[in-house]
Design a protein around this ligand. Structure first.
Ligand SMILES: NC(=O)c1ccc[n+]([C@@H]2O[C@H](COP(=O)([O-])OP(=O)(O)OC[C@H]3O[C@@H](n4cnc5c(N)ncnc54)[C@H](O)[C@@H]3O)[C@@H](O)[C@H]2O)c1
Length: 343
């Protein structure tokens, strides 16, 4: 945004977001990787997320993720994302969100984007980046297992497939047989790979070299380290599934240490149990920069807290694509009181 005066304000719908991101798995994965590097180099501001919770609706929350990003993107903003798990039974997605983009020079908000798709996209892209980097140096996983089969699991599968992964075996496990069947139906249409629905969580993990946790568990429900004796790569996207004992027996990587060691995530529980952060090997950026080497003969667990800078980067990408296509819908006169002493 350049020039003088207040920038125009645009609203970007979910359909436009989807259109701008469809088929762009490789570009978005590269963008997310670049953003991790930028964040690792300190060219970002990413304060702690703020969790709004409600005494009368204990399972629900709305999270504010403010962030600022430098580099070529130079944009500030806020993701405001609700999680209401009971929505799923009512037939609508658990999460809903908007992303506000603020102009670097004036601070003016210049766009409001539907952001559940942006959020799922950046989460899935970060999982694909992690799967790639953390499995280098070991045989590329040919058996993937999805533990929890909602929207995030579907996006992660889409991003793995869209960035060149193919699997001989795809395992599926969910507390809800209906959700597992729905995900199976998606997988059957999505491409090759023998699909097995496991009622038994242990069997799913033992049958997978790449394990994706995408449940809504609030506290650990997997606690036996022997389930991981085949040393899989674990993408612990839902953050609270694994008991500290599993983490303590594994190589642990996060996206951002300060972010991840809070809000009763499994890494936070491991820190509380041991009184130290020694169980952490580092961040994904440390791995990408060569500061941390991932041993091939250990279980590796990546626990990404989810950074607002990723939402900003993907949101700005969408904004630029929609602008380029000529489809940007500007709200005329959104900012009204623009003269200091009136006219
Ligand atoms: N780390 C990040 O950056 C990030 C970003 C977005 C979402 N998430 C997390 O991803 C998770 C999944 O999100 P979603 O939108 O797909 O949710 P969703 O509600 O659509 O799906 C979750 C699925 O997990 C299943 N499930 C719940 N508890 C389970 C258990 N103990 N064992 C097996 N299955 C279980 C549910 O039946 C459901 O099918 C959420 O926890 C969300 O907070 C993380």
């Amino acid at each position: 945004m350049t020039g003088t005066g207040a920038p125009p304000f645009a609203v970007i719908s979910g359909a436009q977001v989807r259109g701008a991101l469809r088929g762009r798995e490789r570009q978005i994965t590269e963008l997310v990787e670049d953003t991790y590097r930028l964040h690792g180099a300190g060219d970002s501001v990413n304060p702690p997320s703020y969790f709004l919770r409600f005494p009368d609706r204990p399972s629900a929350r709305i999270i504010a993720l403010p962030a600022s990003i430098g580099g070529k993107l130079r944009v500030d903003g806020l993701k405001w994302i609700s999680s209401f798990p009971e929505n799923v039974a009512a037939g609508i997605p658990r999460a809903s969100a908007v992303l506000i983009l603020n102009d670097h020079d004036t601070g003016y908000p210049f766009a409001c984007l539907e952001s559940s798709i942006i959020s799922a996209t950046r989460t899935a892209a970060s999982a694909a980046v992690a799967a790639d980097w953390l499995s280098r140096g070991r045989p590329r996983p040919a058996r993937v297992g999805f533990f929890g089969t909602g929207l995030i699991a579907r996006y992660i599968h889409m991003f793995l497939a869209g960035t060149g992964w193919s699997f001989d075996e795809i395992g599926v496990h969910d507390l809800s047989a209906g959700h597992a069947a729905g995900f199976r139906g998606y997988l059957e249409k999505a491409g090759p790979g023998r699909i097995t629905v496991y009622e038994d969580a242990e069997q799913l993990i033992r049958s997978s070299d790449l394990v994706v946790f995408a449940t809504v568990a609030g506290e650990p429900h997997v606690s036996d380290p022997s389930w991981f004796e085949h040393r899989p790569v674990v993408l612990h996207v839902s953050l609270r599934d694994l008991a500290p004992e599993i983490l303590l027996a594994s190589v642990n990587l996060v996206d951002d240490v300060e972010h991840c060691l809070k809000a009763s995530t499994s890494p936070h529980l491991a820190e509380q149990l041991t009184g130290s952060r020694d169980f952490l090997a580092g961040t994904l950026d440390d791995v990408m920069a060569g500061r941390v080497t991932v041993p091939a003969d250990r279980t590796v667990v990546f626990s990404p807290f989810g950074l607002g800078v990723l939402d900003l980067a993907v949101g700005k990408y969408v904004y630029d694509e929609v602008t380029r296509s000529g489809e940007l819908r500007v709200i005329d006169d959104f900012f009204h009181e623009l003269r200091r002493y009136s006219s």
